[in-house]
Design a protein around this ligand. Structure first.
Ligand code: IVH
Length: 676
């Protein structure tokens, strides 16, 4: 068949599929039988396989069918919508400021000016304006992609449709919070659990006329993508927002020094009850945009901002039992099962007791009356025991010496960094010997940040494990689908979907693969570092040979603790078998090397001594931004040694011996400028 005809056939089939998908999931009125529906999907996938030029974003290969198709189109944010890290105490604020000062390499006495903004507990939205016109409005979504809720947002009175000010940028995403005032919420009489739900629910109505019925508000506080924004501080930006016709929070304030932040925090906390909108803390942002830019982000939160949460809610309850949970790394975590208590609108029935030491320190016993605290999204915990209410016959809690799941000895590790014994007791079994550990490992393996197998949640892992369908990670890729189809709650279509989502994850990046193995001390960040350094799965598998582990010491950020843990991992026979099986099944993609033209490309650097006006962390990210990398040993692999004040002489000599280029700070800076 000729190309154009094939394209048309492909397109028609997708259209037909999506229409039926809609009828099936959204309308619950299927017109096709399950088999015809499955066949149609298969036909599309087969076409794609056979003819590589057939691609469509609407193809079922891009979506998982069993999820109800969304009411709203997904659209990428030009600039991601980040989240904020949290602070709860004054100490957290001091640390936040210290981190900034260190990163910028400023004197301790350097005063940072902050924009302190009450944090409204609503739903964030990003509004794109082009030439002064409101074009698209997106919800936050996962921060990278949001839902197109433009029509609903247009019904919000606080959102201007046209902005005529001369100084309004040619293009800008205005970001802020959609919320409902408490007084308006009361009028809704029990339709929603709280004001936040009410705002979220009405924003996501299919019909904008429904949204219109609920008086939503919008307060603006930041921007995403911008073209032509000539503003250099957050507070002047907030002033401009007002000038342009947006509402801003009247309680926003410029504040310096942690002590002043605390005063402002307490003042606003006192006013909290009088406000007509819910706030759950204060956001502090470094006011100067230049400094913000230098500080950049860590993971998905900016270094230059933090949310100072209001003190947690607490409640009184009774401990009915203490259970020991076993985590993926064998950690034994005691959990208090408490008499359900409502704390700030959430019913709490579990509270973590952290570890054995915590139980001893607070002498927590079954039947004790305790104060429970719940702060933000953190798991509730026990603050204190009310000893006056302790019954006479209670006994001290005995922490198990053996693993309650497999009976192995439990151990407390010696922490190389703190030079102390860990507070956490662990099951000493290695690999896949302890049932509870295995189940947790499997949950981790399929989890979002690892293989991200959609529709394979924690409950399914437990269920499949109990039914002997999965015992080791490789079993996930060799499931007995026939058997699953006969299980309660499963049908033909859901099995097809599961199979599809598993098969589509057989190709995986090297870093995610390492992370998925669940090696202790190798979280996402470390997995990324290792993948960047080793580049291929083959190199990873070769680690135990000739003690290649030492190579890992070159990676800035990887130390003895991580290396010992990887060594332990490779010592276990089951782990080796799992690796061998997975290697057969999967396509683990080599780590990509970022290609940016410039002299840092693939060059390695090492720093010795102190650089002026810039911290090590900032220097490192500058090098990495230009696709260079940092290593921590002088070896033949090193291209440049950068020397600052008081360098280590030994390193300079070693570099000279190996004829490695030595740069002073000025030379390095000019090299950096050339690449920019
Ligand atoms: S700034 C990187 N400013 O808090 C900047 N956020 O946890 C992130 N929020 O999703 C946003 N008031 O929904 C910023 N004055 C304010 C805010 C604010 C409330 C919410 C927003 C965001 C979340 C971050």
């Amino acid at each position: 068949m000729e190309k154009n005809k094939l394209k048309k056939l492909y397109k028609d089939k997708i259209e037909e599929f999506n229409h039926n998908n809609f009828l099936y999931y959204e309308k619950s009125e299927p017109k096709l039988s399950d088999t015809s529906f499955d066949n149609l999907k298969k036909e599309i996938l087969d076409l794609e396989k056979k003819y590589k030029f057939l691609k469509s974003k609407d193809s079922p290969s891009n979506s998982i069918g069993y999820k109800p198709s969304k009411n709203f189109k997904k659209v990428s944010h030009k600039v991601p919508m980040l989240s904020l890290s949290n602070a709860f105490t004054e100490e957290d604020l001091f640390n936040f400021e210290k981190r900034i000062i260190n990163y910028l390499d400023k004197e301790k006495s350097f005063e940072i000016e902050y924009s302190a903004e009450p944090k409204i507990d609503g739903i964030s939205a990003s509004l794109t304006y082009k030439n002064g016109k409101f074009i698209t409005g997106l919800s936050r979504g996962d921060g990278k992609e949001g839902e197109d809720i433009t029509e609903n947002l247009k019904t919000v009175i606080d959102i201007p449709h046209v902005i005529k000010s001369k100084n309004f940028p040619v293009e800008i995403d205005i970001r802020g919070e959609i919320f409902i005032q408490n007084s308006d919420f009361k009028k809704l009489k029990g339709k929603f659990a709280n004001p936040r739900n009410a705002a979220s629910g009405s924003l996501r109505q299919k019909d904008p006329n429904e949204t219109k019925k609920i008086p939503l508000k919008f307060i603006a506080y930041t921007f995403g993508y911008e073209k032509d924004l000539k503003i250099s501080t957050q507070n002047s930006f907030l002033a401009k927002l007002k000038e342009w016709g947006f509402k801003t929070n009247p309680l926003n304030k410029l504040v310096k020094k942690v002590e002043e932040l605390m005063i402002n925090y307490h003042e606003i906390e006192k006013k909290r009850d009088e406000l007509d909108f819910d706030i759950d803390g204060i956001v502090y942002k470094v006011n100067d945009f230049k400094l913000q830019k230098r500080l950049g982000n860590v993971a998905n939160a900016p270094r230059w901002a933090i949310a100072h949460k209001f003190s947690a809610n607490s409640g009184v309850s009774i401990i009915e039992n203490i259970e020991i949970q076993i985590g993926r790394t064998g950690a034994l975590t005691p959990v208090a099962k408490i008499k359900p208590v409502n704390i700030g609108g959430v019913v709490v029935s579990n509270a973590t007791l952290h570890n054995e030491e915590e139980i001893i320190r607070k002498d927590i016993r079954i039947n004790d009356t305790v104060i429970i605290e719940r702060a933000g999204d953190v798991i509730p915990h026990v603050i204190s025991v009310d000893l006056k209410k302790r019954k006479k016959d209670t006994k001290k809690f005995k922490f198990p010496i053996n693993c309650p799941s497999c009976g192995s000895k439990t151990v407390k590790d010696f922490n190389l960094t703190t030079k102390k014994e860990d507070a956490v007791r662990r099951c000493s079994s290695e690999g896949y010997n302890c049932d509870k550990v295995v189940i947790e490992k499997l949950k981790h393996f399929v989890s979002k940040e690892a293989f991200n197998i959609e529709g394979f949640g924690k409950k399914i892992v437990e269920n499949f494990w109990n039914l002997n369908l999965i015992k080791l990670p490789q079993d996930i890729f060799n499931l007995n689908y026939k058997k699953i189809e006969d299980l309660d709650g499963w049908g033909k279509q859901s099995v097809v979907n599961l199979r599809y989502s598993i098969d589509s994850k057989k190709t995986i990046s090297f870093e995610k693969f390492i992370y998925a193995l669940g090696i202790r001390h190798i979280g996402l960040e470390n997995a990324k570092l290792i993948s960047k350094n080793l580049k291929t799965l083959k190199n990873f598998l070769l680690l135990p040979e000739k003690d290649n582990f030492r190579e890992l010491l070159n990676i800035d950020g990887i130390g003895e603790t991580q290396i010992n843990s990887i060594k332990n991992f490779f010592k276990n026979r089951t782990n080796i078998q799992v690796l061998a099986e997975l290697e057969k099944i999967l396509n683990v993609k080599d780590a990509k090397i970022k290609k940016i033209d410039g002299s840092f490309n693939n060059k390695t650097f090492m720093l010795t001594g102190k650089l002026e006006g810039i911290s090590r962390a900032e220097a490192k990210s500058l090098i990495e931004e230009n696709s260079g990398s940092i290593i921590s040993n002088v070896s033949k692999r090193l291209d440049y040694l950068i020397i600052g004040e008081k360098p280590t002489k030994r390193k300079i000599e070693a570099a000279k011996d190996l004829k490695i280029k030595i740069l002073n700070q000025k030379e390095w800076s000019s090299m950096l400028k050339k690449t920019r």
